[in-house]
Design a protein around this ligand. Structure first.
Ligand SMILES: [Zn+2]
Length: 427
């Protein structure tokens, strides 16, 4: 063994006082007593698996004035996330083998934590799915228009699901129906206008189309950032191959809240009513929702401070997601079991990667948390290049230490890790 760590550790749904042995970046033993020369004792704190964020937009390549893989993955590390999965709506879009390879090569030089990528599916590249599968962890489909999104006609869903099935990779879907969005489009001055411009009906139509096209296929389908009661109701009785996610912002904010400036909270799908928000929270607690995903979509303050109608949708969140929920777990708003399932266990199941659980053979990715160290989120303490947060002032608990593959990336809330340490996961 190379090193051992000791503390109150989350294993199989419970906390146990134990020691974890690490060899070559993997967990090689879990016992009551283990001690190597390099030994860390985290008495009085808890050790949890590090989180996985299945949904980030690091804008790299092409839009790196907003974010790139260095600050993006640094922000992830500070927020207790050891692996991120980047979406394809960069410039160029990752819809070819070449653009996927280029993104991976560039990200390897810049990443602080491990990462994976999605291939975007458009009407034009469905035939290339087998080839694209060699370089991606999953596929992404946009059924409705959003920032630099990829055009896809929902009539192609069935054929696409059939093709993806043989790759054994999941497909993630932005579920807002484009015809519906076009029909309701209006000039917007506020979050309520934005909600009315993209009504829940559009999410409902998109999910109906997905369920109809999926039929009895076993293709793994993940519905991203669910936002409405209507969408939730459709997914209440779903087959096992279908999962769904929700973002912290849809759980914490509504279009009717007194949010300022309004433009900072413009996001797709939009923030909705308090009925929707409450229903999502109940679903989060009772297990109807599988995954928490940040949809980290940073835009600069300059871009976000223009006329409401013209500003891009999206907000940052990779660094604050786990800390917000650690605070909720401490306050018993949500159990530790649910939180770990949502942020660690279900994401690794979806993407089939050897992380997310403290068990023999998996990557030694942990966070160490001192539950007494509550704080308020402040943008000046965060690390995304965009420099602002919609969660300003909310209570959170950040991890004190973060280990990725047995390396101490963060110690005493400070970065020890280096750019380029992050690996393309599974390679
Ligand atoms: Zn997104």
């Amino acid at each position: 063994m190379d090193l051992t760590i000791e503390g109150k550790t989350y294993i199989n749904g419970n906390f146990e006082d134990c020691c974890i042995g690490i060899t070559d970046g993997r967990i090689s033993a879990i016992k009551k007593i283990l001690k190597e020369d390099e030994h860390y004792n985290f008495r009085g704190k808890i050790i949890l698996p590090a989180g996985i964020d299945i949904h980030v937009h690091f804008r790299d390549p092409g839009l790196t004035h907003k974010e790139d893989f260095s600050p993006g993955t640094m922000a992830a590390a500070y927020g207790g996330i050891s692996c991120v999965f980047d979406m394809p709506n960069t410039v160029p879009q990752t819809i070819t083998l070449r653009s996927l390879s280029d993104k991976i090569i560039s990200a390897k030089k810049r990443a602080y934590v491990d990462f994976g990528v999605y291939a975007g599916i458009t009407d034009g590249n469905i035939k290339n799915i087998d080839e694209l599968a060699k370089k991606c962890h999953g596929f992404k489909i946009y059924l409705g228009g959003t920032t630099n999104s990829l055009h896809f006609n929902s009539n192609n869903l069935k054929e696409t699901f059939d093709k993806i099935k043989s790759t054994n990779k999941p497909v993630l879907i932005h579920a807002e129906d484009n015809n519906c969005l076009v029909k309701h489009k209006l000039k917007e001055n506020s979050l309520v206008d934005h909600m009315n411009s993209r009504p829940a009906e559009c999410e409902e139509t998109a999910i109906k189309n997905i369920l109809k096209a999926s039929g009895d296929t076993n293709t793994r389908i993940h519905i991203c950032h669910l936002s409405s009661i209507e969408g939730l109701e459709l997914l209440r009785k779903r087959s096992k191959n279908i999962s769904c996610g929700v973002t912290p912002h849809h759980l914490l904010f509504t279009a009717q809240d007194d949010l300022k400036p309004q433009s900072h909270y413009k996001v797709n799908p939009p923030l909705r009513s308090n009925f929707d928000r409450e229903a999502l929270f109940v679903a989060l607690k009772n297990g109807l929702i599988d995954i928490l995903e940040s949809d980290h979509a940073p835009h600069t303050l300059e871009e976000k401070d223009k006329e409401f109608n013209d500003i891009p949708s999206g907000l940052p969140g990779v660094e604050t997601m786990f800390p917000l929920f650690l605070h909720m777990a401490k306050k018993e708003t949500l159990s530790f079991q649910r939180m770990i399932s949502l942020l660690c266990e279900k994401p690794v199941e979806l993407l089939n990667i050897p992380k997310g659980k403290i068990e023999d053979g998996r990557d030694a990715d942990f966070i160490v948390v001192d539950l007494k160290k509550d704080c308020k989120i402040k943008s000046e303490n965060l690390h995304s290049k965009c420099g602002w947060t919609p969660f300003e002032g909310l209570p959170a608990i950040f991890p004190e230490c973060v280990f990725v593959r047995g390396e101490k990336l963060i110690e005493d809330y400070e970065m020890l890790g280096a750019k380029g340490f992050g690996k393309f996961v599974g390679e």
